[in-house]
Design a protein around this ligand. Structure first.
Ligand code: DGJ
Length: 734
């Protein structure tokens, strides 16, 4: 642990009388207590040797308070005690009818699995607990990592077949989490579709199961692997919230279940749909990480906990560097896609690069269309050589030009896909995932390469490694424009074919890890037709993500609200594009800028069509963004007014050291000439005085300096009157 963090943590524990060890164990009672700055989590051994959940919530400090698990009796022959005991990682066996954490079938068809405690090991912030079947050497190691200073836990499991015969896993989850017993809970989760991702839902949890999942091979636009559960009364900045997120970019599932016994439980890991993972004797399978935390300060507190953790512990290079600095801030980016689509060439991109550089852009990204016969989406995918007609001298001329303008160069790739009309497919039709003698469905005229195959993995690594080595490419925008279909792997024995669901993503991760190791300055964006691949697994390997192909600013306000529930603004790529946008709406350029400036700012407009005035606004906004960028990208986000429930959206970012804060305010529409609501700020020092600067004179408070107490209690008023009116206010602590 970083020294500063240790000191801070020690003083925090002292202040709250919390123990100095994040993991404590009492041998006499066989109870474990895992403690972070925001939460405690406790487990104990039942008299029957099963590992039971005891507590998850606000911090506890006294180990002696912990009772062992209550011993239950069958309520009836239909309500066995096992259904009342919160087993930490239940196998499917005996009279257990809820969602299992592990389900197996042995070679002889025997499927009963009952897991009991075998041993455990504590090493600093890591706890491993080994469970074993009551008869067989089928062993599960539950891994717990405590992040005391971040308020989070990470869980996953390793399942090992120690028997002499094969065992097939039919469901392998990472963790089961239990809420305090009771009902009245409410679930928050993110849904969507292409161009409408990360829509936030809140709904009561009733008896039965609610399944959030992907069966599509990628994380998917439809559900995102994040959940939050509150006691029914939480708000943005108040109330108890239990939350979690899975780190897996393939088929995943989170099952939120309320049992008939007033118990809410959340089970998550690999999706068990079409899942079959055979383990030969001695083999094992590791499940994806499932992170979870507890916030006593509402959904905003939960989000800020995740944001900081992602920035400092998940993102590559994100760990706190000596001196407390974190990985580099995201540059202001230009992307050619909406301007030129497939019609890229050296002359056209050079003109755009010149214009982008004059605005203050720092990274110029050439999107789709630069390779093979890629003049539209019907050909060329898979042929990763530079199109000689569009770039007669290769990419070097353009890249040198871009670098000469002081910008880094980024390149679009979509490695996992192939068009039927491509040299790669003509040469290797067997590289596509397929069921023999069945149709190969095309979506956007493309098929999915079977990246689970090692030859495909090595080929793709080679292509990308060569591109990154040959050219000064600082950044890959890694796209994936369709979900899986016909996920067959005919070269494997039938029993092994479904390993594809796991092996595909492992190989994807391996390519990304190897590329980063070989090209330490290379940065990567995860895009999957917009926000189809955003999760804590891919985020360990990429620097930012593309939340949606929908760049329309008003729609984006809601997409961004949902996105930031789970993910840090720093990684939220957001472009300013031209109007009317894809949904026909036109918003003013400053509204579009202020929307995009709440994440990692990019420009995706056709700069050739911009007027002098547009360019002047853009240059001013980019300069402003650079002034507030550390606050937006590494500060604390307070969502003050939601676009779902108000005719205004307001978000406030407060720098980690409290020295600067920025407020972004948007009026969507106004009726009856009403004033915009007063904005009460959060997260300021009430005793401090702040210099208050309005972006555009729309701030109604005229005093140049205001106290934190006034700003948080009396609040700010802004003159937002028209439809799609917007403003920003900057506060600097004096
Ligand atoms: C989908 C992406 O989301 C877009 O930004 C763009 O890169 C296109 N693919 C290119 O085909």
């Amino acid at each position: 642990m970083h020294r500063a963090a240790v000191v801070a943590l020690t003083s925090l524990f002292t202040a709250l009388s919390l123990p100095a060890q994040s993991i404590q164990y009492i041998e006499s009672r066989k109870v474990w207590l895992l403690t972070t700055s925001q939460s405690s989590y406790a487990m104990g051994l039942g008299a029957d040797g099963s590992l039971r959940h005891l507590y998850w919530g606000a911090p506890l400090w006294r180990l002696d308070d912990l009772q062992g698990p209550a011993e239950r009796r069958d309520v009836s022959s239909f309500d066995p005690r096992q259904m009342l005991e919160n087993e930490e990682f239940p196998g499917w066996g005996g009279p257990r009818y809820y969602e299992p954490a592990l389900k197996i079938v042995r070679e002889n068809g025997n499927r009963d699995l009952v897991l009991k405690y075998a041993s455990h090991r504590i090493q600093q912030d890591d706890l491993d607990i080994v469970l074993k079947d009551i008869r067989d050497e089928i062993e599960v190691t539950l891994h717990y990592r405590v992040y005391p200073e971040y308020g989070l836990l990470r869980r996953h499991a390793t399942v090992r077949n120690g028997t002499a015969t094969p065992v097939t896993l039919e469901s392998a989850q990472s963790a089961a989490w239990y809420l305090p017993p009771g009902d009245g809970y409410q679930l928050s989760y993110l849904t969507g579709r292409w161009a409408a991702e990360t829509q936030l839902n809140h709904e009561p949890i009733h008896e039965g199961a609610k399944v959030l999942e992907s069966r599509k091979g990628h994380t998917s636009h439809n559900f995102n692997p994040w959940f939050a559960i509150d006691a029914g009364d939480a708000a943005e900045e108040s109330g108890r919230v239990w939350f979690g997120a899975l780190g897996w970019s393939g088929n995943w599932r989170i099952t939120v279940e309320q049992t008939p016994y007033r118990q809410v439980r959340v089970t998550g890991g690999f999706n068990s749909f079409d899942f079959a993972y055979p383990l030969k004797p001695g083999e094992s399978l590791e499940t994806p990480p499932f992170y979870a935390g507890y916030s006593g300060s509402g959904f905003g507190g939960a989000s800020r906990t995740l944001h900081r953790f992602e920035r400092e512990r998940i993102l590559p290079g994100g760990s706190v560097l000596p001196g407390g600095a974190t990985s580099r801030l995201r540059p202001v980016l230009y992307n050619s896609w909406e301007a030129t689509t497939f019609n890229v060439d050296e002359a056209g991109q050079t003109v755009l690069a010149d214009k982008a550089a004059r605005l203050g852009v720092e990274m110029f990204v050439m999107d789709d269309g630069w390779f093979g016969a890629r003049n539209n989406d019907r050909a060329g995918l898979g042929d990763w050589f530079v199109n000689p007609r569009k770039f007669p001298q290769g990419l070097k001329g353009l890249i040198d030009h871009v670098n000469g303008l002081g910008m880094d160069f980024g390149l679009w790739v979509e490695p996992e896909m192939v068009n039927a009309n491509s040299d790669l497919y003509r040469k290797h039709p067997d590289w596509v995932m397929n069921f023999p003698d069945r149709p190969r469905s095309e979506l956007r005229n493309q098929m999915v390469l079977n990246l689970a195959r090692d030859d495909v993995k090595e080929y793709l690594f080679g292509v990308l490694d060569k591109l990154a080595g040959e050219y000064n490419v600082r950044y890959f925008k890694w796209d994936m424009n369709r979900a899986f279909s016909e996920p067959g792997w005919p070269e494997m024995a039938p029993a092994d074919q479904r390993k594809l669901w796991v092996q595909y993503d492992r190989n994807l991760y391996e390519i990304l890890d190897r590329l980063r190791a070989r090209h330490p300055k290379l940065e990567i964006e995860s895009c999957s037709g917009g926000g189809g691949r955003v999760d804590l697994g891919i985020l360990q390997r990429v620097d930012e993500v593309w939340p949606s192909d929908n760049t329309e600013a008003f729609d984006r306000l809601r997409i961004q609200e949902g996105f930031t529930q789970a993910y840090a603004p720093k990684i939220m790529s957001a472009w300013v594009t031209d109007v009317p946008n894809m949904n026909g709406r036109s918003t003013p350029l400053d509204f579009r800028f202020l929307t995009a400036m709440q994440g990692a700012l990019g420009i995706g407009a056709n700069l050739n069509k911009w007027t002098e005035r547009d360019s002047a606004i853009a240059a001013g906004m980019i300069a402003l963004y650079k002034r507030i960028r550390p606050t937006v990208q590494t500060g604390n986000l307070y969502r003050l007014a939601s676009p779902r429930t108000n005719d205004v959206t307001v978000n406030q970012y407060v720098a980690a050291d409290g020295a600067q804060a920025v407020v972004f305010a948007f009026r969507h529409s106004q009726q009856y000439n009403t004033a915009a609501p007063t904005i009460r700020l959060r997260g300021l020092d009430e005793r401090a005085v702040y210099r208050v600067t309005s972006l555009d004179g729309k701030l109604l408070e005229k005093q140049p300096q205001l106290s934190g107490a006034y700003l948080m209690r009396a609040g700010l008023n802004v003159n937002l009157r028209g439809d799609f009116d917007s403003t920003a206010v900057i506060l600097e602590r004096q």
